[in-house]
Design a protein around this ligand. Structure first.
Ligand SMILES: Cc1ncc(C[n+]2csc(CCOP(=O)(O)OP(=O)(O)O)c2C)c(N)n1
Ligand SMILES: [Mg+2]
Length: 361
């Protein structure tokens, strides 16, 4: 059968989304260990979209000064977003740290609203008030974007508690870094999550550094997955440069959680090619170390599988790249033409809503 690229326009129109075809999450078998052409093409397109979004926004930050404030790139870690999307379904909830661009886009927060958020515009996914660290998309079950290291571990378990309380079979994927794994909140949360068998997958994105501090310098325990042992929580260590490996381990953990079997800790070993944030001189690692990981680049691996299996030709892959590039260029136009937030927005949504249901005087 000739290669038929995903028709973005018809899919996004149907789903009333302006972004990546989020429908894909429900189209795949989470327990698959052999992957179809559609899966590889989906992975490729999603990972390229995330990477091109960040390459473009970094340029807008550094060269044009259009974006300001904190900014943490996901480049190198994209296979985690890809494997997690095909291992879950749209109703499942994601919550993560400030390194949030990739997971937000994967979940279906529109690329336009992500770029506008970086620009601080009113059309941004956090109304232009959150910036890079606080992307949000409740309508697509993306619960942020959190700046306090480790805070989302507790909040993620809280989301899972709510799903259990409402008796759904939705699962929460709660992401945090290797540095966050050293926070005390992890232990309190693991304890209660296991006690109550909450439907949550704790995903440690171990990129080997917390700012400039390597895993070896933060604890005697360098195998983070072993922290689960103290709570008799199932755990696994996963190759984060492989979308296949991520999908397989996430699929297994999600199945257990959906069937009321409780949480899992996955330590996904990954790497960030860029510095901790946009202003990191990276004196703590060598160029050779970065190159070693670039040789295992997840996008190139998936591209090779697509070509080796003749899932698509070079020309067809170039067409995907072009489509992705156009989406990103369009998002820049959207952000630049969008209005700034009104002055009277400045104190709204900051602390609490007047009608917040649980707080009374
Ligand atoms: C409670 C708290 N302490 C310190 C910081 C400053 N800080 C921001 S990011 C970071 C490193 C976290 O590293 P890691 O959890 O490995 O995530 P990564 O940046 O590698 O994704 C630190 C210490 C913070 N934001 N919050
Ligand atoms: Mg880290």
């Amino acid at each position: 059968m000739p290669f038929k690229p995903v028709n973005f326009k018809s899919v996004t129109r149907r789903l009333k989304l302006h972004s990546f075809p989020y429908f894909c999450g429900s189209n795949f078998n989470p327990l698959a260990t052999k992957f179809s052409k559609e899966t590889y093409l989906y992975w490729y397109e999603l990972m390229q979209l995330i990477r091109q979004f960040e390459l473009m926004s970094e340029e807008k930050y550094k060269m044009d000064g259009k974006i300001r404030g904190f900014y943490h790139a996901y480049i190198g870690q994209e296979a985690i977003a890809a494997g997690c999307m095909t291992g879950t379904r749209p109703e499942d909830l994601f919550i993560t740290s400030y390194r949030d661009h990739g997971l937000a886009i994967a979940k279906g927060v529109s690329v336009n609203s992500c770029m506008a958020e970086l620009y601080g515009k009113a059309t941004g996914c956090a109304k232009g008030k959150g910036g890079s660290m606080h992307f949000f998309g409740k309508d697509v079950n993306f619960y942020g974007g959190h700046g306090i290291v480790g805070a989302q571990i507790g909040t993620g378990a809280g989301l899972a508690f709510a799903e259990q309380y409402r008796d759904t079979d939705n699962v929460v994927l709660c992401y945090f870094g290797d540095g966050a794994a050293r926070q005390g909140i992890l232990h309190e949360t693991f304890n209660l999550a296991m006690l109550w068998k909450l439907p949550v997958i704790f995903i440690c994105e171990n990129n080997n550094y917390a700012m400039g501090t390597s895993v070896e310098r933060t604890s005697n325990v360098v195998d983070i997955y072993k922290l689960a042992d103290a709570y008799e929580m199932p755990a696994d260590t996963v190759d984060g440069m492989s979308a296949e490996a991520v999908h397989e381990s996430v699929g297994r953990a999600v199945k257990r959680a959906r069937e009321k079997g409780g949480p899992t800790l996955l330590e996904i070993k990954t790497y960030r090619y860029k510095g901790h944030s946009i202003s990191d001189p990276q004196k703590y690692r060598t160029k050779e170390e970065v190159d070693e990981y670039k040789d295992k680049d997840p996008i190139q691996q998936v591209r090779k599988t697509i070509l080796d299996n003749k899932f698509a030709t070079e020309k067809e892959i170039t067409a995907i790249d072009k489509r992705v590039y156009d989406i990103v260029v369009e998002s820049v136009k959207f952000a630049e033409e969008s209005p700034w937030p009104d002055d009277d927005e400045v104190l709204k949504d900051v602390y609490m809503d007047k009608n917040y249901p649980f707080i009374v005087d």
